[in-house]
Design a protein around this ligand. Structure first.
Ligand SMILES: [Zn+2]
Length: 297
């Protein structure tokens, strides 16, 4: 097994992205998705359906930053509170989402990650309703994956709770219901009541629609980068007094992603945090060069 997605994995994922977009679903491509995750060495035969147990206050994209930085699934479905169906693609290779369980269908005991894509969905799993747009995005994504993997959509989708019934409750809805929707899926778009999301956010969380928009799609990269930087803040204590602010941010991101660091991709993710006139690639390389020189002294 090669510890990086191969060309076939990337090409298949690109077809999934294209097909999902053709259904009217927005697809946000997370930096470096092409190389993240080990190569499959096979065409995935299933997708496992999850929720991320994020609180509603986590906003539109829930735990997306953690999912990317820890390579926890290939896909994240947004809450879609603005009525726009949207998903994020996190990696082309294998991801660690299923854990111990099975056997189930063609997935051998404790080895679903080698046979199944995983899709997390931003949802608290404690009764938070899914928006119509999130359900549409989920159905379309699952159908696109099945078709591009050459599989019958009817036998492609399993819930995490079906894989690991003694450990897991996600997702909380009936999997028969979800499978039926995926089989019956028509790319009609969402005929949602757009006011629904506004009423929902105001009543359930007290957040303004403006806040939900702010935390939404345009800030995905910033959210992911901020999550990466925050997670390793503690590791930098020893060096904290000796680094410039720029160096601290970039070094934190690099250390968080140490197994497969791609400075350029990280710089893209960090770009929203930088002054608007900064070229992220030049910035990243300049800081990396400066750090390398100083560490060598
Ligand atoms: Zn799960």
């Amino acid at each position: 097994m090669i510890f990086m997605a191969d060309a076939g994995d990337v090409e298949r994922m690109q077809r999934i992205i294209n097909r999902t977009r053709s259904y009217g679903i927005q697809v946000v491509e997370m930096p470096n998705w092409q190389s993240r995750g080990a190569t499959w060495d096979r065409v995935p035969s299933y997708i496992i359906d999850h929720h991320d147990a994020s609180t509603i206050k986590a906003g539109e994209w829930g735990s997306l930053g953690l999912i990317v930085s820890n390579n926890l699934s290939q896909f994240q479905v947004a809450r879609c509170l603005d009525g726009v169906p949207k998903i994020a693609v996190c990696c082309a290779g294998r991801a660690g989402h299923a854990g111990l369980g099975g056997p189930l269908a063609g997935m051998p005991l404790n080895n679903a990650n080698a046979y199944a894509y995983g899709a997390e969905k931003a949802n608290n799993g404690l009764g938070e309703p899914y928006t119509d747009a999130a359900n549409y995005a989920t159905d379309g994504l699952f159908r696109a994956c099945a078709i591009e993997c050459g599989r019958d959509p009817a036998g492609f989708v399993y819930g995490h709770k079906e894989w690991a019934p003694l450990r897991k409750i996600d997702p909380v809805y009936s999997m028969q219901w979800r499978r039926g929707r995926v089989v019956a899926f028509q790319a009609t778009g969402v005929e949602d009541d757009m006011d629904w999301s506004t009423r929902y956010t105001h009543r359930r969380t007290g957040y303004t629609t403006e806040f939900e928009n702010w935390i939404g799609e345009t800030n995905v990269a910033a959210n992911a980068a901020a999550a990466i930087a925050a997670r390793v803040e503690a590791k930098l204590d020893a060096l904290a007094g000796k680094l410039s602010d720029d160096e601290s941010v970039l070094l934190a991101a690099i250390r968080a992603d140490a197994e497969e660091t791609d400075v350029r991709a990280l710089a893209e993710a960090l770009a929203p945090l930088l002054p608007s006139d900064t070229d992220p690639t030049a910035f990243a390389e300049a800081v990396a060069d400066a750090l390398a020189r100083r560490l060598a002294e």
